[in-house]
Write a protein that binds this ligand. Sequence first.
Ligand code: MG
Ligand code: MG
Length: 251
Amino acid sequence: MINRKSRDEIKRMRHAGHIVALVHQKMKEVVEPGISTKELDNIAMHIIKENRAIPTFLGYAGFPASICTSINEQVVHGIPSEDVILKEGDIIAIDVGATYGGMVGDSAWSYRVGKVSDEVDKLMKVTEESLYAGIEQMRPGNVLDDISKAIEAVANREGYGIVRQYGGHGVGHEMHEDPFLFNYSVGDNTLIKPNVAIAIEPMLNLGGDDVVVSQEDGWTVSTKDGKPSAHFEHTVIATEDGPLITTQLMK
Ligand code: MG
Ligand code: MG
C-alpha cells in the first residue's frame, strides 16, 4: 500500500531531510584525496547525532555504518573502512539516511575526488540531470512510469547503462516503503497521489547495466564490467504545489 503523508509527517520528513542535507554539505567539504571512508562515516554519524536524529542505515539488515560509500565501479552499499583511502581521480557515491521524529530522509550524492576524467565527469553530470528529470515528474496525477521514462530517456541519450536490480522506493516511517520505482520504463501506471513520498535514485553506468554483489562482504554492489557508476538520490514528496524535495537545507 502506498501511504500518503500528513502535514505533520511531512514536517518531520523535511526536518530529517535537512539533517541529511547538512551531512552532504559537510561531505562536499571533506571529500579529498587522503581521507578514509571510515572518517567520512564518523563525521556523518556525528552530524546526525548532534541534530538529535538516528542514522537510519546503521543496523539496517545488519549494515555496519551510518553511510554507504561506493567508489568508482562500486554502485551502492559500499561499507566505510579505515583501509579505503580516497585518491585523486576517484568518484565516491555517499548515501545518507537520517530518522527524525520517526520519519526518514534518504539522499545519495556522487562526489569527485580532485580532478576526474572527462568521461567520468560527464557521467556525474548526466546522472544528476536524470535525477532532476525524474523529480520533475513527481506530481499528483502522473503515474510512476512518467518518472521512470524521464530517467531512462536521459540515460539512453548518452548510451549509459541503467542498473536494473535496484531503484527508487517509497519512504516515510520506514526507509523502504511501497512502491518500488524502476529507473527504466516498465509501464507501471500506478497513480501518484498527493503527499506520496518517494526516494528517486538513478544509478547510471559508463558501461553495461549488469551489477554483482560482493561475495566478500555481502553488501557492496559493483558494475560487472568494472566501469564507473554514479548515483544521485533525493527524497521527494508529490504535493499539490509540485515536487517537494525534503532532503535539502531548510531556509
Ligand atoms: Mg539512499
Ligand atoms: Mg534510497
